[in-house]
Design a protein around this ligand. Structure first.
Ligand code: ATP
Ligand code: AMO
Length: 466
């Protein structure tokens, strides 16, 4: 076959070489009948291609054909790499292609619902352009999501989903290296796994069933099945009935469950080392992607410590109190107090990533182990990035009768989870674990303002298509 060059790898080192690239005709600009500029985009990278009429190489007809291409059509371009005298505006690559041939592989319709160049601009650039009297359309979130395949073509989106892939990849690699086994638990289950109303109910061949709100029950059962340490990457379903910037009805859960020898701090230790390794590797291996995201949505790199800060819930309440914010010491933090605590922690400890543990038992799910020294508190934790929750975790109750009592007290129909409760009747290791929201990790690492930006095809209370 012929040799192809990726647009993103076109650099000055290739000057004078003949290359063949395939990508989108992002913009086409005719200077005259004899000359035209074509910006070709591939995976978010762009290169300027120059068509100049010259005998035996580029005909008037070819320039006409190129200038008649619809934006976003898929094209092949063959030509010679050249280095221009002045910097190129409007393309990521600082070399040009002097075109010899252009082929159209697949035509796009003449009028697009989204102009990719407009969709790729930052708010600041849009404001400036509008002030300068430029004609452009601010592409709103709903339009982006309605025409997601076009929206996904922007460099920032190309970056976001490559970063997301890396988060998943590091999660797996790290846990495998620590002796965890990857598992897959059922998503069709008989009873609610987290309690509450946020559950999609369905009919399972005549039996009541629901979509799993988490792998909680079965990941614990895998521990009863002697796998010792397990992890899962899979879909999680929540019938959220409100519309927020951080809740989806379907998201990707990164779940962990493990035996505990002495203390739930063993689980928090995994969180600490996993996330420090994850942040390090994102900063190291996703530089281009983070840059592309930051160009459209400017953000400061995440501040985190080499050893993750751990505060108790009581210490958190105290910090808030000192700042003049009174909250119920046995209640939960609301979104606002979580944010505020995030700011206070940053000021005092210089980190935007921290663990808050020993939550009041009353605000945690039924399977959470109470503290042995004071059962109003629990062996549980949440983890925050930039003042927002990305992880919940805990030691679990492994005593079946107590588990049944707790489930009942939390309003869960024990019959619907009886096989789960019974799993602990055959000897069960003390254990704990945690669940991470993948979309939230990417959203908050990049300080994005909406979880829909980090879900490929987001599902929220109003959206089930595309
Ligand atoms: P999870 O439900 O998975 O634990 P979460 O971020 O929703 O994650 P919660 O413990 O449910 O965390 O809630 C924490 C706080 O977030 C609540 O006290 C509440 O203020 C706020 N909150 C939770 N769900 C919603 C919602 N659907 N709409 C608005 N605010 C919410
Ligand atoms: P929790 O319900 O806190 O805990 O969920 C774990 C993590 O999942 C993410 N998350 C969400 N992301 C997007 N949209 C949602 N609607 C949504 N709800 C939750 C958050 C949250 O921290 N079984 C426990 C975990 C465990 O203890 O192992 C659980 O599901 O990032």
């Amino acid at each position: 076959g012929r040799e192809w060059t990726e647009v993103g790898s076109l650099t000055e080192g290739l000057e004078g070489r003949t290359v063949l690239v395939r990508g989108r005709a992002q913009t086409i600009r005719a200077v005259s009948k004899k000359m035209a500029f074509l910006i070709v985009r591939e995976k978010g990278f762009t290169v300027q291609c120059v068509l100049t009429v010259s005998p035996d190489v580029v005909s008037l007809g070819m320039v006409k054909f190129a200038t008649g291409l619809n934006r976003e059509s898929y094209v092949d371009v063959e030509g010679t790499v050249s280095v221009p005298n002045s910097p190129i505006k409007g393309a990521s690559q600082q070399v040009e292609i002097q075109v010899r041939k252009v082929y159209c592989i697949s035509k796009a319709v003449p009028t697009l619902p989204i102009n990719i160049e407009d969709a790729a601009r930052s708010e600041l650039e849009i404001d400036k352009a509008l002030q300068a009297g430029e004609q452009l359309v601010r592409v709103n979130q709903d339009t982006r999501l309605n025409f997601r395949v076009l929206d996904l073509r922007t460099p920032s989106n190309q970056g976001i989903f490559r970063v997301q892939c890396q988060v998943e990849n590091i999660f797996r690699q790290f846990l495998l290296s620590e002796g965890f086994v990857g598992i897959h638990t059922p998503k069709l289950i008989a009873g609610s796994s987290e309690g509450g109303s946020a559950v999609f109910r369905l009919d399972y061949k005549g039996q009541p069933a629901c979509l799993a709100q988490s792998p909680q029950l079965h990941k614990q059962m895998a521990i009863c099945g002697d796998f010792g340490r397990v992890f899962e990457v899979g879909p999680v379903f929540r019938a959220e009935d409100s519309f927020t910037h951080r809740h989806l009805c379907e998201f990707t859960g990164l779940d962990v469950e493990m035996e505990i020898k002495e203390h739930y701090s063993e689980v928090m230790d995994i969180v600490d080392r996993l996330f420090v390794a994850l942040f390090d590797s994102l900063n190291e291996r996703c530089q281009k992607e983070l840059e592309a995201i930051g160009k459209q949505y400017p953000f400061e790199p995440l501040k985190y410590l080499r050893k993750t800060l751990q505060l108790t819930f009581q210490e958190g309440v105290q910090l808030l109190k000192e700042a003049g914010i009174e909250i119920d010491p046995l209640g939960d933090l609301n979104t606002e107090s979580e944010r505020k605590l995030g700011q206070l922690v940053l000021e005092k400890y210089g980190t935007e990533f921290y663990i808050l543990h020993r939550y009041p038992l009353a605000v945690r799910p039924f399977y959470t182990m109470p503290c042995s020294d004071d059962p109003t508190y629990s062996n549980s934790f949440d983890v925050f990035i930039r003042g927002e929750e990305i992880i919940s975790g805990a030691q679990r109750v492994h005593l079946p009768d107590f588990l049944a009592t707790r489930a009942e007290a939390c309003g869960i129909d024990v019959k619907s989870i009886s096989t789960y409760v019974d799993s602990f009747r055959y000897g069960a290791p003390p254990h704990g674990g945690f669940g991470v929201g993948l979309e939230r990790v990417v959203m908050l690492f990049c300080a994005l303002n909406n979880i829909r930006k980090t879900s490929l095809f987001p599902r929220d209370p109003l959206r089930i298509a595309p």
